[in-house]
Design a protein around this ligand. Sequence first.
Ligand code: ATP
Ligand code: MG
Length: 588
Amino acid sequence: MASESNAPSGAPVKHFIQQRVEGDLASGKYAARRWGGKPGPLASHAGAAPDPAKIRTRFPPEPNGYLHIGHAKSILLNFGLARDNGGVCHMRFDDTNPEKEEQAYVESILDTVRWLGFDFGPNDERLFFASDYFDWMYEFAECLIEHGDAYVDSQTAEEMRANRGTLTEHGVDSPFRTRTPAENLALFREMRDGKHADGAHVLRAKVDMKSPNINLRDPAIYRIKRATHHRTGDKWCIYPMYTYAHPIEDALENITHSICTLEFEDQRPFYDWLLEKLAQHGKLQRPLPQQIEFARLKITHTVMSKRFLLKLVEEKYVEGWDDPRMPTLAGARRRGFTPEGFRLFAERIGVSKADSWIDPSVLEDCMREHLNETAPRRVAVLDPLKLVITNFPNSHVETCEAPNHPQKPEWGKRTMPLTREVWIEREDFAPAPPKGYFRLFPGNSVRLKYGFVVKCTGFRQNEAGDVVEVHCEYFPDSKSGTPGADGYKVKGVIHWVSAAHAHECEVRLTDRLFRAAHPGKDTGNYLDDLNRESLKALRACLEPSLGEAAPGSRFQFERHGYFIAEGAGGSAAFLRTVTLRDSWAAKS
Ligand code: ATP
Ligand code: MG
């Protein structure tokens, strides 16, 4: 929930990052920045105009997977802060690791961010790729070497690990730490030129092997890796490490507030060390970006680690990355979740430094809230049982009217044909009613919603004893909306679809992918907690107008929840986005 504040009641609560931004704007901390219109080191900004953006934030995914619900929090936070504070947010692919990155992920990520409602300016002027800065990163590395702030280490990986020390013991200097800048420069250029094997050397920042913070014990900043990069191809055989690349990306893009999740807190001292050095050496302009950490979004009953999600896809526990049960944003979108619902969610959960678990019902509630406002109502019978109105004229079609939204008369009404045989929900009939049951049972009357009152006269069973047909008689003067219809006092109202006109189609019901709140916590394997019944397909009978539903359109099926039309044309199926109420709360 949003953190405490002194805001007058009614005013939106400002989270700590918003407060920080406002403080920086008030103090003019970033007022002196200049912007040449394109990322570049200090030199390219000489003579540039003052930065027109008051703040710059960025959303920096690595293109190595699909975005998940956690990313939505980061996207809404970064783009939202920029929008609310006269700034801009950069869409930046943090693609400095050549091994796991793919163009397909780039496309999917862009698509998702746009879907959430953000753009990157005319001609995508705020769309960036970290790999475009490889030349500068390399130049800056040489600069650090020349100033004695970096050295080439030729220890083996094991030696390096052993000499790094532990949380309680400080590290030991590498025997190569005393190489001269000239030696280091020559070696580093040989690394770049492909003269050394992968892993033979690394370039390390020369900070402090005795620092209590392990991240400051001469972190590696460049490694040799012969790998083809999705954008730079085989141009490089050395690649910068994340800890080195990320601060530089931020600085080159004039980022003011570099917002990340809490696990990077211990890396902030190196972030500051590096940028300070490069500013001192005249490579970067001041003021420098600042890193600010917040608690990542953690949701129960799911997994969000890319590794776990990949396994679900590869081993076919789900239909793909966009399976509606997946916590990916592509999955959420297919399931019918809306960008507006995500926005509501982001506001509701707030931003803080305190780690906490959020129940998926919080997100589902936000979707319900938005869909309740925006989804037209329709009728669907998901578990059809035939009801025969025995005194209804054989070929007669009675036109009934139903509002498209009960609270929005301006949305108008649609018509539903009522005929002698209709489908009702199996659960709306009981041959022997339990106590408190108000729906159909022999001798009882109910209203067919938007239609007539009917009285149950009997039913038919098959040899196995299953009810296969229910019989009733209707009262011709009881039609909803006609004079005198109110005179019929019935406790139960049930929904129905004309059997002669029903649009029969597949309806898929989704449920949580994992039964346990923390998958794998008790069993050691998250797959053990998979909910095997998380996707059910039914043959349902829908009101005829749904036969023309465009793919992607959303409806409330009365009593059943919110649904989205999937697939194209005649093959369309409907998928349940969310039930009308939190069914899990009721279960537990
Ligand atoms: P991995 O799944 O390998 O940990 P990642 O989820 O951190 O990767 P990135 O591509 O590095 O993926 O994330 C892009 C941005 O989204 C980062 O700024 C990161 O801090 C943020 N982010 C990632 N997961 C969450 C989360 N659960 N809640 C909030 N922000 C997140
Ligand atoms: Mg990451």
